[in-house]
Write a protein that binds this ligand. Structure first.
Ligand code: FES
Length: 167
């Protein structure tokens, strides 16, 4: 728990639960389990109640984001341009469903409402990059760019390992 968050609120007051969850979420980008426990204790509510509230609010994330955040637009224009098929392809390629993070923490897949780039629908956004008029066949090629970086880093690590062994 980030220092000072709990102290901003009076103890044993469940009315501050949402405000506390917002503060922790803002500090970490998700709600760590230990922090949910600390909040439950502080506001004097059962951990199950705190977890239920956190899980029922769409804006709270219970797991950390992956290194690359893939967002597929599900707004009306993108929907008409078959973004549902792109979502299915992304899910198959990454082996996760929307809202989940890959086990290696390299990708998080999210669906979003209109990204504001309807003129190039359907749109996929990965980190700071936007891909417009995407067709299914391009999905693996786009993802490879973000997988490649990982592969390169692993190769460098391996090479360093070899160099260290021979030194
Ligand atoms: S509906 Fe997808 S960018 Fe607007």
């Amino acid at each position: 728990m980030k220092k000072g968050i709990l102290e901003k609120y009076p103890p044993k007051d469940g009315n501050n639960l949402i405000a506390l969850l917002h503060e922790v979420h803002e500090a970490f980008g998700y709600l760590p389990k230990d922090d949910l426990r600390a909040i439950a204790e502080y506001v004097n509510l059962p951990i199950t109640s705190v977890y239920d509230v956190a899980a029922s609010y769409g804006q709270f994330r219970l797991t950390p984001l992956g290194k690359n955040v893939v967002r597929i637009c599900r707004g009306t224009v993108c929907h008409v341009k078959k973004s549902a098929s792109l979502l299915t392809t992304l899910e198959n390629e990454l082996g996760i469903k929307a809202g989940q993070t890959t086990q290696d923490k390299n990708f998080t897949l999210e669906t979003v409402a209109c990204i504001g780039a309807c003129s190039i629908a359907p749109v996929i956004n990965i980190n700071e990059d936007y891909y417009g008029r995407v067709v299914i066949e391009e999905v693996p090629i786009i993802l490879a760019k973000y997988k490649k970086e990982e592969i390169s880093k692993n190769r460098i690590k391996k090479l360093n390992g070899i160099e260290n062994q021979t030194a």
